[in-house]
Every structure is written in structure tokens, then in C-alpha cells.
Design a protein around this ligand. Structure first.
Ligand SMILES: Cc1cc2nc3c(=O)[nH]c(=O)nc-3n(C[C@H](O)[C@H](O)[C@H](O)COP(=O)(O)OP(=O)(O)OC[C@H]3O[C@@H](n4cnc5c(N)ncnc54)[C@H](O)[C@@H]3O)c2cc1C
Length: 146
């Protein structure tokens, strides 16, 4: 790293004695809620970082859960009631499915050594380059603004 990064930050040292490897892949909890427990963010799933979507997805989980808890507070209802948490899981399922599918598509598209996949990837990137509105729409979708 020192050789590649240079000395802009001085000598690079290991902060911890050992190094660990973490596979970059999707890991998904079987259940988003159980009993009075609800998962958000990476506790619910981790994504490959290729699309930069994990944190955004976690923020949307937190917002959805906060809204449900706020509604419960207004109604004077039990915030941890199973049906309320089940509603949270349902509200988050579609967004999660969409982002997981998009991320997996990118992972496969960018890691496949198959020539037709590489060709399709180049074509898709070239078309995006030629179509700024499509590029903006994709960026908005990736930012969760679509
Ligand atoms: C290389 C890389 C690049 C990424 N780039 C992007 C990006 O561009 N855009 C994007 O949206 N997302 C990106 N992500 C994903 C994003 O970093 C994560 O989705 C996000 O940080 C998850 O936040 P979180 O709070 O859910 O979990 P975490 O960030 O994992 O936070 C969990 C915290 O809990 C602590 N903890 C764990 N167990 C315990 C315990 N038992 N007791 C107390 N504390 C505990 C951990 O130490 C940690 O601080 C990237 C991820 C990687 C690896």
C-alpha cells in the first residue's frame, strides 16, 4: 500500500495485529423482524459494495421504522407490537428486493469473464455515455430518489 499510495500520510502501519479478509458478497437475514426485534441496515443484509447502496438502504429502513414508531406514539399504541413490526418488514421488502437484484446484476456483469457479458457491459456503458437523461435517471434511482 505504501508503494502504491506514497508518503502523503507518512508511514502506513497496521493498527491491529492481524489482518482479516471479508468476502464481498450478499448476506441476508432470514427474517427482518421477530418478536419485538426489528433489524435495520447491515444487520438485515449486507450487499456487495459495487453499487454503493448499503448505507442508503439502511437509511430508508431507519426512516420506515421511525415512521411506524411515530404512528404508534400518536395512536398511543404498542410500538413493538408484532403486527406493527410485520408492517415494517412488508414496507421494506420491495425496496430491498429491487436493490439486491440491481446490485447482483452489477456484480455478475462486472465480474464475469464471459465474452458476451463483457460485450453487453461495454454496450450498456456506451449507451449510458450517449444518453445523459438515462444516466441521470440511473443516478437518481441509485440515490433512492426515483
Ligand atoms: C468498501 C465498501 C464501500 C461501501 N460504499 C458504500 C457507498 O458508497 N454507499 C452506500 O450507501 N453504502 C456503501 N457501503 C455499505 C455501507 O458501508 C454499509 O451498508 C453501512 O455502513 C451499514 O451501516 P450499519 O449502521 O447498518 O452497519 P455498520 O456500519 O456495520 O455498523 C454496525 C456497528 O455496530 C457495531 N457492533 C457490532 N456488533 C456489536 C455489538 N455486539 N455491540 C456493540 N456494537 C456492535 C460495529 O462495530 C459497527 O460500528 C460500502 C461498504 C463497503 C464495505
Amino acid at each position: 500500500m505504501q508503494e502504491r499510495f506514497g508518503w502523503r500520510l507518512g508511514r502506513l502501519r497496521l493498527a491491529a495485529p492481524g489482518r482479516a479478509r471479508h468476502p464481498l458478497r450478499m448476506v441476508r437475514a432470514r427474517e427482518a423482524v421477530r418478536g419485538r426485534v426489528a433489524l435495520v441496515g447491515n444487520a438485515m443484509r449486507t450487499l456487495h459494495p459495487v453499487a454503493g447502496q448499503g448505507f442508503n438502504l439502511g437509511l430508508r429502513d431507519a426512516r420506515a421504522l421511525a415512521r411506524l414508531l411515530e404512528e404508534a406514539a400518536w395512536d398511543g399504541a404498542d410500538p413493538g407490537a408484532p403486527e406493527r413490526l410485520a408492517a415494517y418488514a412488508r414496507r421494506r421488502a420491495r425496496d430491498q428486493r429491487r436493490v439486491l437484484a440491481f446490485t447482483e446484476l452489477l456484480v455478475r456483469g462486472f465480474t464475469s469473464p464471459l465474452a458476451p457479458v463483457a460485450w453487453a457491459r461495454g454496450l450498456a456503458l456506451g449507451l449510458l455515455e450517449l444518453a445523459p437523461p438515462a444516466r441521470r435517471a440511473l443516478a437518481r434511482a441509485a440515490m433512492g430518489l426515483a
